[in-house]
Design a protein. Sequence first.
Length: 254
Amino acid sequence: MPVPDIRGKSWDTFLDEFKKEWKPGQHIAIIAPTGQGKSTVLVTLLDLRTYVLAFDPKGGDETLGKCGFPRLGHWPPPGKAYDRMADKKPVKYLVGPKINRLAERPALAAVQAQALEGAFDDRGWTVAIDELQIAADKMGQADAIDNLLISARTRGVSVVSLFQRPADVPRAAYQMASWIFLGLTLDVDTINRLAEIVGRPKYEIRGAVNGLAKQDYSWLIVPNNPRRPMVLTLPREPEKVPTGGNVSRGTSRV
Ligand SMILES: Nc1ncnc2c1ncn2[C@@H]1O[C@H](COP(=O)(O)OP(=O)(O)O)[C@@H](O)[C@H]1O
Ligand SMILES: [Mg+2]
């Protein structure tokens, strides 16, 4: 069977359109192995939103740190944040204290659990959260992800959840995602599972992956309705020129 051409437009064009399409309460799932660029994609998506709580899973995630949001080490945020929201001015935070030791992790998890509940009460936030299942476990809501996402939707809270492996994505998270962003992979089991998750034929997903996986930082984006997948490639971030070392890859391209 022929593989449809599903190459999409440029990333910037996509973001322009997506900003209008992505309504409050619509969820997104981002699935890719570590180092494939999940946090990088997340940061560009959060740019489109006005009220953001980006949960920092590590208490010091480097890529997330690039978003430049101030860190919220406790919940609730200061009253001035709500004043700004009342004035419709942007309010964006990295949620969770910066931690240096493993022993501090419970404190991080506690703040994030409070923030998640708080965000639902407040309405209007976009919440970004790594490994939703694990976060829900810590909140004692392991079996309640579907309820969590439904109540978020009805409150206009968009949840962007990030997962490392398709096998870790709870059914509710992909069924309720209005968009799924898949980092490309060559692993056959992964591809089959992804096809199942997004409800597309395996040959189509495999074709997309074969054709484009060699490109850096390509993503397969599958909207829930209609299920019309497209592949987009993120522009390369400007590389840091190593001091006194190799010429950066960018300069050798004309
Ligand atoms: N479009 C891109 N261009 C250049 N580098 C990228 C791009 N996307 C991701 N990277 C780099 O890859 C590394 C891992 O990205 P990250 O977003 O932290 O991945 P993940 O969250 O999946 O672990 C980072 O050093 C990041 O700068
Ligand atoms: Mg990350």
